[in-house]
Design a protein around this ligand. Structure first.
Ligand SMILES: [Fe+2]
Length: 385
């Protein structure tokens, strides 16, 4: 019998090739003065930022750009952007780019409404935020459709996630044409992030009928499109399907959370900011699946089915295990078959990482299908090394 749950997601999702052109009219519904929150280079290089500025201007929406968001956004960057939003009296935050600028846009929207540093919102519940529009350029985090934001404290290297109801974007613009410019490594790491979102939402303790439905469709879309989008960057259909999988996975984790793989990855890339989230996940996934398999046999079999793995005479145990083999196959195909050591993590840091997973990602640890303590988490890190 399903555990009690409630389902709420207020984000208007617009999907389609070339729909970026509509964003001026959409923005005007909320404000005629927007702050665009983006990273330092990719949206400038691809020309998408300039296109957005032109579209907003044509609709009479004034805009200011904060382009200081780094791959692992810090609370300092978010406070800087929030100060800009206050100084320029902007009534709307537009997040443009991958997961980092989108996560940051939501945190900026909160900090711009209040008068405390954004880090304090880990303890103080945020009740209001400026409206946010997300324009997503990668397929991965699902940040475009959910309330979550992840930030790093550069002083302590902690990298917690947080999300209040007021942080849901008002609108998510998903235009696969923007994703064509995504570099191969980003396609692989963000694509694998989707895979882990649906793995963890589908098997976690908070799973429910709605998140499971999103996950099953996302697995089906990931089946061919993850590797196709990696091998054929210009394939607009593969890009569009990955964008849909990302949004479905984003909705799934909004409802049902993540698990031990995310709990361990956050402190990995928190301590090593040059490691991409998806690459950190890639190093941790196989050992974590092995840890979880005994309690998740039925779920693993269902996932195997949705990934197109033939049952063909396999026992239940073998069929469940085929998910782990498939995961290794996918990692090889997208050149992410790496260990924590390959990524540059120092062996001596593993103890600190295990500790931080419990300190800052406790909700994800608790959602893991199998109980896990700090000692077992350290063992998982060692197996992933
Ligand atoms: Fe993730």
């Amino acid at each position: 019998m399903q555990e009690n749950f409630s389902f709420f997601n207020p984000v208007r999702i617009s999907f389609g090739k070339g729909i970026l052109k509509n964003v001026g009219k959409i923005a005007r519904k909320y404000s005629n003065n927007a702050l665009i929150v983006t990273g330092k280079s990719s949206m400038q290089r691809s020309g998408v930022l300039q296109k957005l500025l032109d579209i907003l201007k044509a609709e009479g929406v004034g805009s200011t750009v904060y382009s200081g968001i780094t791959p692992n956004p810090t609370c300092i960057e978010i406070d800087e952007a929030a100060k800009m939003a206050k100084d320029f009296k902007t009534g709307l935050i537009i997040g443009l780019g991958g997961g980092s600028p989108l996560d940051s846009a939501k945190a900026v929207a909160v900090a711009a409404k209040g008068d405390i540093p954004v880090w304090d919102y880990l303890k103080v519940k945020a009740k209001e935020a400026l409206p946010v529009i997300t324009i997503v350029s990668t397929s991965g985090t699902g940040s475009e459709v959910n309330r979550y934001s992840v930030m790093t404290n550069p002083a302590t290297k902690e990298k917690p996630g947080f999300g209040y109801e007021c942080m849901y974007p008002k609108e998510a613009i998903i235009d696969p044409e923007i994703m064509i410019s995504m570099p191969k490594y980003v396609t692989a790491s963000t694509g694998f992030d989707i895979f882990v979102h649906v793995l963890e939402a589908f098997t976690g303790k908070m799973k429910n009928a709605f998140s499971s439905a999103y996950c099953m469709q996302a697995f089906y879309l990931l089946k061919d499109n993850l590797i196709n989008a990696y091998n054929e960057p210009q394939n607009l259909d593969a890009r569009g399907n990955m964008a849909l999988a990302s949004a479905l996975a984003g909705l799934a984790i909004d409802l049902s959370g993540t698990g031990i793989i995310h709990a361990l990855e956050h402190p990995v890339s928190g301590n090593y900011p040059n490691i991409a989230h998806g690459a950190g996940l890639a190093a941790l996934t196989v050992a974590s699946l092995r840890y979880n398999i005994s309690g998740c046999k039925r779920d693993f079999m269902l996932i195997a089915h949705h990934l197109g793995i033939k049952r063909a005479g396999k026992t239940d145990d073998e069929y469940a295990y085929s998910l782990i083999e498939k995961t290794q196959e996918i990692l090889k195909a997208i050149d992410l078959n790496m260990s924590l050591k390959d990524l540059g993590v120092e062996k001596e840091a593993l103890g600190k990482i295990a500790k931080e997973a419990f300190a800052t990602m406790g909700f994800a640890v608790q959602n893991n299908p199998e109980e896990i303590d700090e000692k077992e988490a350290l063992k998982l890190l060692e197996l992933s090394y």
